[in-house]
Design a protein around this ligand. Structure first.
Ligand SMILES: [Zn+2]
Length: 392
């Protein structure tokens, strides 16, 4: 079928093309075309030529049209220079060098990768192999060059590149993912941060209670205030409380366990958020064990400290909590209070600034979805690029 149809040319959308053939089947469309003959400058001697040497047909994949796989058969022309006899391919603006797909398809796939869909789904949708889709990430570069004023560091269980935990760096002030590191060990962090020469401008370093982070912050960020994120120090208390709750619940005979329906969520919830009904339920649970009762009060008392409006009242409330822990004599809380005490200086810093790991937590949730859709992460660098691409 010979066609010079205006609409088909519109459909392909490239400038200056000569359509030669259109074939359609139930699931695909194929267009054959060449470009109009044009004067070219010889790349070697720069003389002008429009003398055709030969043609080569190249199959190119393009964005699918109405759900059909789209193939372009491009009759690629070689010109020959009259002057120096150099043979060279004509210029075009739709096919990047060394690619077998159009630049707009590449652009489209890269945009699709911003979703949390799996690479294999996106590849399938675009009629390419997953490895080709992944290779397109070469066109994107996400390396961090400048440090922000606030850095938040956290880890997530990525199981990538042979390591269980990966490290995520974010800028909570501007809500940006800065980078993903393949591990959270000191030498990895050290190698990473050493190369920045603007480290002095970092004012806050927000982290959890992981010693290597603190060491790194003290070594590399001399002007930064180290802040333990609220979520992370509250978690210490939650863990202590949970250990006691589980132990105590185990002690009860089966028939009394019915008192403990939804016990975990009810007991962990802050008292001030409970409905009157829920308060009754909690009271029933607490009457069963004195130890549980003490643990509950310790947890609630800790929240009084968390709610402190300023640094001075935070110091006072924390001191009161330590005293209360001592008087209760619960091993789990003694241990927890020692940990809190060791990190106290940095925990209290959370009362002088508003930066938290909240943004990072949100990112971590998205990473979980990505990980699930990726069916296991073998290549860390690809996974990292994908995360950066989706988040930024
Ligand atoms: Zn020439």
């Amino acid at each position: 079928m010979l066609c010079n149809d205006y609409y088909i040319r519109k459909l392909i959308g490239f400038k200056g093309i000569i359509l030669e053939q259109l074939e359609t089947s139930s699931d695909s469309m194929s267009f054959s075309f060449s470009l109009e003959i044009k004067t070219h400058n010889c790349p070697k001697c720069h003389q002008q030529t429009s003398k055709v040497h030969d043609y080569r047909i190249q199959m190119i994949k393009d964005i699918s049209i109405s759900g059909k796989k789209t193939y372009l058969y491009y009759k690629k022309r070689r010109y020959v220079c009259n002057h120096c006899n150099k043979k060279f391919y004509e210029k075009n603006d739709f096919l990047p060098r060394y690619q077998r797909m159009t630049s707009r398809l590449i652009k489209y796939i890269i945009t699709r990768m911003k979703s949390v869909y799996s690479v294999s789904d996106i590849a399938k949708e675009n009629n390419i192999s997953p490895s080709t889709a992944l290779r397109l990430f070469r066109f994107i570069n996400y390396s961090l060059t400048k440090l922000p004023e606030v850095i938040s560091i956290d880890e997530f269980k990525g199981n990538a590149g042979g390591k269980k935990y990966q490290c995520i760096l974010t800028d909570p002030q501007n809500k940006k993912v800065l980078d993903i590191l393949h591990g959270r060990e000191q030498h990895i962090l050290s190698d990473y941060f050493r190369k920045f020469n603007d480290r002095d401008k970092v004012k806050y370093f927000v982290m959890d209670m992981w010693q290597p982070y603190k060491d790194i912050a003290e070594t590399y960020f001399k002007n930064a205030t180290i802040v333990i994120d609220k979520f992370h120090f509250i978690r210490q208390v939650t863990w202590a409380f949970e250990r006691i709750r589980k132990d105590e619940q185990k002690k009860f005979a089966k028939e009394r366990r019915r008192y403990f329906k939804r016990s975990r969520s009810l007991l962990l919830k802050r008292m001030k958020y409970l409905t009157p009904e829920e308060i009754d339920q909690v009271n029933v649970m607490l009457t069963t064990s004195e130890k549980l009762q003490k643990a509950y009060l310790l947890k609630e008392k800790f929240y009084d400290f968390v709610d402190s409006g300023d640094l001075e009242s935070a110091k006072k409330n924390l001191k009161a909590w330590y005293m209360f822990v001592m008087s209760c004599r619960l091993e789990e809380f003694d241990k927890c209070s020692r940990t809190i005490f060791n990190w106290q200086k940095y925990i209290l810093n959370s009362f002088i600034c508003t930066y938290t790991n909240g943004y990072t937590e949100g990112v971590n949730n998205k990473i979980k979805v990505l990980k699930r859709n990726a069916y296991g992460v073998r290549n860390f660098w690809r996974f990292k690029n994908r995360i950066m691409h989706v988040m930024n």
